[in-house]
Design a binder for this molecule. Structure first.
Ligand code: NAD
Length: 263
């Protein structure tokens, strides 16, 4: 999607993927900096450890201890985390007004944490449910100063149904539904309702079981490509200073993902 955007705007950039082992992470980052490479995207498992090599970090990186985007500004490495902003934009640009709303977030891993950090100040209530209840409660308590009402609890069917009743938005930020577990969903179809917006951040497959069930219940659905797109668009703007052509990027991302789904 980045290369499609560079081509569309006729920018002299190219986006390449490199496999980097943990042992070589520092060399890879310093090497990229020495080579004058404008920026990096960093993905699992290096999002946390890469922060050691940054000269500056944005507030999200400081809070999360994880970066997914680096800008090389004449040898100074600035770290950003665009995951949370990406999720927020995916909701807002798909017509979801978060003011006064309750969001139910499933998961307390890296992506969930980034989303929770961005949503905390936007919503009326945020409920985080996770298999490991301690992680959900810990995340809720560190976010407390940023939001109105933030609670964490165990992801049990009973708790889930209870919290879902007065929720406006449900977000799946767990691995459940991702290939090769594409036939799984944490939500029973009859728990879903038309008044709900359901966002799944899993993007492979694009239409998860959760989203199929949500669509059938009459709920509004937002797929994981939207978050992927907007976190990428935010990185693109950091590196290039140009407005990201999101329609071009969405088309390229969907084309690539549907090709990988066929293989
Ligand atoms: P992580 O390992 O940090 O967290 C995984 C979370 O899933 C944990 O909270 C864990 O408890 C939960 N989980 C796993 N299996 C579960 C199960 N069977 N039942 C209940 N909970 C379960 O991973 P992450 O980096 O947060 O990624 C999570 C998902 O989000 C992945 O599918 C990833 O591809 C996706 N993701 C999407 C985007 C995007 O832009 N759309 C960005 C980041 C991550």
């Amino acid at each position: 999607m980045h290369n499609a955007a560079f081509e569309h705007l006729k920018l002299d950039f190219v986006f390449l993927a490199f496999r980097v082992t943990s042992d070589e992470l520092e060399n890879a980052v310093r090497g990229a900096c020495a080579l004058g490479i404008r920026g990096l995207n960093v993905t699992m498992p290096h999002k946390n450890s890469v922060t050691e090599f940054l000269d500056e970090a944005d507030p999200a990186v400081k809070f999360l201890g994880a970066a997914n985007t680096i800008l090389n500004q004449r040898g100074r490495l600035r770290g950003f985390n665009t995951d949370g902003v990406g999720a927020l934009k995916a909701l807002k640009n798909n017509g979801v007004d978060l003011a006064g709303k309750k969001v139910l977030l499933l998961g307390a891993g890296g992506a969930a944490k980034a989303i929770a950090f961005s949503l905390a100040k936007e919503v009326d209530e945020l409920c985080i449910l996770n298999r490991d209840a301690v992680k959900a409660r810990d995340l809720a308590s560190v976010l407390e100063p940023f939001g109105k009402k933030i609670v964490g609890n165990e992801l049990s069917p009973k708790q889930f149904q209870q919290e879902l009743q007065d929720s406006n938005v449900l977000i799946n930020a767990t691995f459940v539904g991702m290939t090769p577990y594409a036939s799984d969903s944490l939500v029973k179809p009859d728990w879903l309702k038309p008044e709900l917006t359901v966002m799944d951040i899993v993007y492979n497959p694009v239409e998860t079981k959760l989203l199929r069930d949500a669509r059938a219940s009459g709920a509004k659905v937002i797929n994981g490509v939207e978050m992927l797109l907007y976190q990428g668009a935010a990185s693109f703007e950091i590196w290039t200073g140009c407005k990201a052509p999101v329609d071009v990027m969405r088309k390229a991302a969907l084309k690539q993902i549907s090709a990988s789904e066929k293989n």
